[in-house]
Ligand binder design. Sequence first.
Ligand SMILES: [Zn+2]
Ligand SMILES: [Zn+2]
Length: 310
Amino acid sequence: MTTRGTQGVELAVRCDDCGGTARRHLGQFVRGRELWWDAELSCPHCGAARCEHAGPEPAPEEVREALLMAHGPARLRPAGPSVDPVAAMRAFREEAGVSLGRARELLAEFRQLGLTGTAAEMAIRRLRLRDHGVPAEVVDGPGRAYRHVGPPELWNGGGPGGRLLRTPAEFATWVGERTAAELAEPFTFVVDLAGPLRLAPRRSEHVACAGGALVLSAGEIGFRREGGGWAAEEISNQSTGYCPDVASWPAVASALDRIGVSRPGGFTHEVVFRHCPGCERHNIVREGHFVCVFCDGDLPGHWNVDDGAP
Ligand SMILES: [Zn+2]
Ligand SMILES: [Zn+2]
């Protein structure tokens, strides 16, 4: 449970003064009723230290992405038995640039899935809602977020091509539209930052399925009938676009639970992605052999594909 939402991340960057490896700290926090972000650089080699930014502006996308990738999204959901829609809309409209239409969307999301964002973004929304008498709570999401690390040409810049499935009814509609031939093959999936599954035909690029957005997991999934419903049969984290860690499973599990599809207790096929520190290429580790297939260098035991540095 996050209250003030203060969150930071440290990234390794090149020092402009000496060329050594410096640390860049990015942070976001709530001050009064304002959402601040800051950035500081410190270099252990030449002693350079400077504040690059500190102020109450919307954080740039690279800062949001770094925080979401390091800590995962937080979710803001109603804490009371019902939500006063007029009061909640007033609270949402206190945010700069939120139109009436956008406030309506936020209200619908808040009631249905909960709102998703960085811990600080959700903390300030919780405070504004509380000011208007709407109780809400911030809960942590199921883990870190992943950004696309594959070749940029795989995505043409369009919106999400994958179908968003938020409820059992939405899944029933989607599965009812599929032919037997389609259902015989696995589908491309991503787990949206807000929690639900997005599905696209097999051989769709994950980044196109997600519309270039951050995801909580990605892979391939097959379905079969089971009793009166549906079960997820094979599920892997096979996505060379996002290279998600096997630790992203809880996000997949909760996305399937949300749509009422029964599932196994973990990925049925686990893909172990690693970044080679020697030759800088991505590897898939086979049979527990943590050695780079390109340069024979050692690969680390922990997931290291993306450190979040812009
Ligand atoms: Zn330096
Ligand atoms: Zn290598």
